[in-house]
Design a binder for this molecule. Structure first.
Ligand SMILES: NC(=O)c1ccc[n+]([C@@H]2O[C@H](COP(=O)([O-])OP(=O)(O)OC[C@H]3O[C@@H](n4cnc5c(N)ncnc54)[C@H](OP(=O)(O)O)[C@@H]3O)[C@@H](O)[C@H]2O)c1
Length: 336
């Protein structure tokens, strides 16, 4: 008889994104047990009850053992909070467990890279601070594959100004807003300033919004994967007042790509991925898709020890298919 799978420990699994990630993972993997780690055990219990096959655990990030009872075992540690102690990553390395780091901006990963380099064979370490839990980068790469080479890859996520996420998201976004965004321009990495910070983003309904380059990991993943000399990632924030009455915040990913197709012709294409759900829900889905891949429950065997970005373990076509199954609508080759 096959042994029961060990639970995934989701630190922050009771928050705005975490509770949705637990639900998304439950939908993808009905049999996978989940342990929700948090401080407020009542809130974590409520999320566990609603998910089923899940329990709550009070954790203490100040402790090397995270306050986990002796003898408890997990299949992975997923951290949906800014763990300034790094104890959750050290715990995963000590126990040889896959680790997902969900809250890093691109200027924050170096302590974890250094920790990984100390013990490179101990565990798979995945950076997933990317927009929408990696869904944006994987979608971009799906479309990018259709061209032989890419000159410019402009990626944007459009959200509404009343789509707040939880308190931890707000704190993290404020921190990121104090740092110059990184982008690739004419083959060089620059910390953007002046006119380079902003661009106009056209939403799927044709309305125009101010986009601001944002220091998420998408820009480095996309540049590494495509070698495009011009890559940027922007967030455009739309006014909730402009939304039809009674409609909830929706989320759009917008991809504008200049390149050369298989016949050697220059092409400029625009694709959109639109979903009626909010930022937290889409981020949770991206995370769930990534966790099942990391554990070897979809798309291939378990990921071995190493340092990963989502595009190094996921197939873009699979991700697009899963996003569509969750409810995303794709519009290809649109002119706006
Ligand atoms: N990569 C992405 O796509 C993406 C997208 C959105 C958000 N994020 C990140 O995801 C994280 C969660 O965002 P959110 O909107 O869900 O925030 P949230 O609603 O404030 O949730 C935070 C969660 O972390 C737990 N927590 C906070 N501090 C803790 C501590 N010291 N020890 C144990 N548990 C702790 C909270 O539970 P207790 O209060 O009970 O402890 C709660 O479950 C943020 O770091 C955000 O930046 C990433």
């Amino acid at each position: 008889m096959a042994s029961a799978p060990k639970p995934v420990l989701i630190l922050g699994g009771s928050g705005a994104v975490g509770s949705r990630a637990v639900a998304a993972l439950r939908r993808l993997q009905p049999e996978l047990p989940i342990v929700i780690g948090a401080r407020d055990i009542a809130r974590a219990n409520a999320v566990a009850q609603s998910a089923g096959n899940a329990t709550a655990l009070e954790v203490d990030l100040g402790r090397a053992d995270l306050g986990v009872p002796a003898g408890a075992t997990f299949s992975a540690v997923v951290t949906l909070l800014n763990d300034e102690t790094l104890n959750s990553m050290k715990y995963a390395q000590t126990h040889g467990l896959p680790y997902v780091s969900f809250s890093d901006h691109l200027f924050e990963i170096s302590p974890k890279v250094a920790l990984y380099l100390q013990k490179p064979t101990s565990a798979p370490i995945l950076f997933l601070g990317h927009a929408l839990g990696g869904a944006t980068t994987l979608s971009a790469l799906h479309f990018a594959r259709e061209l032989r080479s890419i000159e410019t890859l402009d990626v944007a996520v459009a959200i509404y100004d009343d789509d707040h996420g939880g308190p931890a998201t707000n704190t993290d976004l404020e921190r990121a807003g104090r740092v110059s965004p990184l982008l690739r321009k004419n083959g060089r990495w620059i910390w953007a300033s002046g006119d380079d910070i902003e661009r106009t983003v056209t939403a799927a309904d044709g309305t125009k919004h101010r986009g601001n380059a944002f220091p998420l990991l998408d820009v480095v993943s996309l540049a590494a994967a495509t070698d495009a000399p011009n890559v940027r990632f922007d967030i455009a924030v739309r006014s909730a007042a402009s939304r039809p009455a009674g409609k909830r915040p929706s989320t759009e990913m917008i991809f504008e790509i200049d390149g050369v197709d298989a016949d050697g012709k220059k092409r400029r294409v625009r694709h959109e991925v639109v979903d009626d759900e909010d930022l937290s829900t889409l981020s949770a889905r991206g995370l769930a898709i990534t966790v099942e891949r990391l554990l070897g429950l979809a798309g291939g065997p378990p990921v071995p020890p190493g340092l990963y970005n989502p595009e190094t373990i996921l197939d873009p076509a699979d991700v697009i298919q899963k996003l569509e199954a969750f409810g995303a609508r794709i519009a290809r080759d649109v002119q706006r």
